[in-house]
Each structure stands twice: as structure tokens, then as C-alpha cells.
Design a protein around this ligand. Structure first.
Ligand code: ADP
Ligand code: MG
Length: 226
């Protein structure tokens, strides 16, 4: 049972009430969570007010992938995320810039809580990019947001498959809306093919958008499951 002994937790509840939450997670790093989050956000922003929250404190990559050149947040009785291409974007990179964030587990959890407690979102859907693994951030998301849904990203590698089973068990299968196979060699509703183009589109919003065009079915499917 979740404890509610930190006043920030009820503030977070209120701030994010009524906003659908989709956390993009994986047990293993480098499987394409951030890339998929960015593409999904660009596509879903065409049908809903989308917020993107980059909670990977150690390696925040959403602003880089999206090609956000200048990072700034607004202040209005707290923090307002940066508007970019019709989305609202907030990343740890807004605070750390290019510097490393040497946070230990408890401190990281505290930083996430603080960020969530002071940020005002104007969104229907919040896409949350996360660090790999079943660490502090994933556990916090499970605990804070009992209404959050999870999209688990994996790849066809045997190591990723092993990690996937562990991840699914931790999250609880009912909260997982799907398992997306990235860098895939096959076509399916939730498959994204391996393509050098994806790597090259990193940081080039228009190029990313034209690649995303071929992934509309995937975005539709995810939207349907939310
Ligand atoms: N479908 C794909 N095909 C080819 N390269 C990809 C694909 N998806 C992601 N990548 C590349 O793989 C690397 C890791 O992706 P990233 O989104 O940072 O993973 P994660 O957030 O899970 O650590 C990046 O260099 C990215 O450009
Ligand atoms: Mg990432």
C-alpha cells in the first residue's frame, strides 16, 4: 500500500489529475525508449494536448532528439514546461544542461517529486520518458500514479527478452498497455523497424516527423489502448 506522508504527493495528485499518463519504460538501456517517446509525442500531438516529461536524470535526451536548440522553462507560480511544436516539454536537461547529475537513489526520487510538485501542465496526455531498469524512477511512477499506463520497449535481442520478463512482472501486466519491439526485423502493430534513418534524424525535427509519418498506425494503436 502506498504511504502518503509527504505533502508533495497530494499536490502531485492534484496537479496531474485528469491527465492520462503513459510511461515509456524498459528493463534494459539503449533499446530506444527516448526515441520512441519523442516520435510518439510528435504523432499524438496532432490529436491531443501532449506533454513530454523526460525523467532520465542521468542521460536526459528528449530535447536533443527533438532538436530543441534553446532550453528554457517558464515561471508562473511554479514551473511551466517549454512549448515546442505544439507540445509541452520538460526535461532534467532544463536544469542540468550538459552537466552530469550525480544523484543517489533517495536524492533522485526527491528531485522527481519536487519537479512533479512544482510543474503545471496544460495537457490531456503526459508521455513520460524514463531511465532504464526497475530503479527509483520506475518505482516512484508506479507508486505516485496509480492510473499510469506503461509502454514497455524492448528489442529482438535475447538479453532484452530476458529483461522484459522481469520488467513485466514488476509492473503488473494489467498496467502495461503493450510491449513495443524496437529495432525490429518484422512488421506488427507495435513494431518499429531497425533503420539507420532513425539515428540520423536525431536532433532534426522535420526529418523525425517525416519518419514518424510511417509510424502512424503504431501511434493510433497506442492511443486506442490508453
Ligand atoms: N528503430 C531504430 N533503428 C535504428 N536505431 C535506433 C532505433 N531506435 C533507436 N535507435 C538508436 O539507438 C540509440 C538508443 O536509443 P535511445 O532512444 O537513446 O534509447 P534509450 O532511451 O532506451 O536508452 C540511439 O542512438 C537511437 O538513435
Ligand atoms: Mg533514454
Amino acid at each position: 500500500m502506498a504511504e502518503r506522508n509527504d505533502p508533495r504527493e497530494s499536490i502531485i495528485d492534484r496537479r496531474l489529475d485528469g491527465i492520462k499518463k503513459l510511461a515509456v519504460v524498459s528493463a534494459k538501456g539503449g533499446v530506444g525508449k527516448s526515441t520512441v517517446s519523442a516520435i510518439l509525442a510528435l504523432l499524438l500531438a496532432e490529436k491531443a494536448k501532449v506533454g513530454v516529461l523526460d525523467l532520465d536524470a542521468y542521460n536526459p535526451s528528449i530535447p536533443t532528439i527533438l532538436g530543441m536548440r534553446e532550453l528554457r522553462v517558464g515561471e508562473d507560480r511554479g514551473i511551466t514546461p517549454q512549448s515546442f511544436r505544439g507540445m509541452q516539454v520538460l526535461s532534467f536537461a532544463h536544469f542540468s544542461g550538459d552537466r552530469a547529475m550525480p544523484l543517489r537513489g533517495r536524492e533522485l526520487s526527491d528531485a522527481v517529486k519536487e519537479l512533479l510538485a512544482v510543474t503545471t501542465w496544460d495537457a490531456d496526455l503526459l508521455i513520460i520518458d524514463t531511465p532504464p531498469g526497475t530503479g527509483e524512477v520506475t518505482l516512484d511512477l508506479l507508486r505516485f500514479f496509480r492510473d499510469a499506463r506503461f509502454l514497455v520497449v524492448t528489442t529482438p535481442s535475447a538479453l532484452a527478452k530476458m529483461a522484459l520478463d522481469r520488467e513485466l512482472e514488476l509492473l503488473g501486466r494489467s498496467r502495461v498497455i503493450g510491449v513495443l519491439e524496437n529495432m525490429s526485423e518484422r512488421d506488427c502493430d507495435l513494431c518499429v523497424r531497425y533503420s539507420k534513418e532513425i539515428e540520423m534524424a536525431c536532433g532534426d525535427t522535420d526529418r523525425l516527423m517525416s519518419l514518424a509519418d510511417g509510424m502512424r498506425n503504431m501511434a493510433e494503436e497506442i492511443w486506442r489502448r490508453l
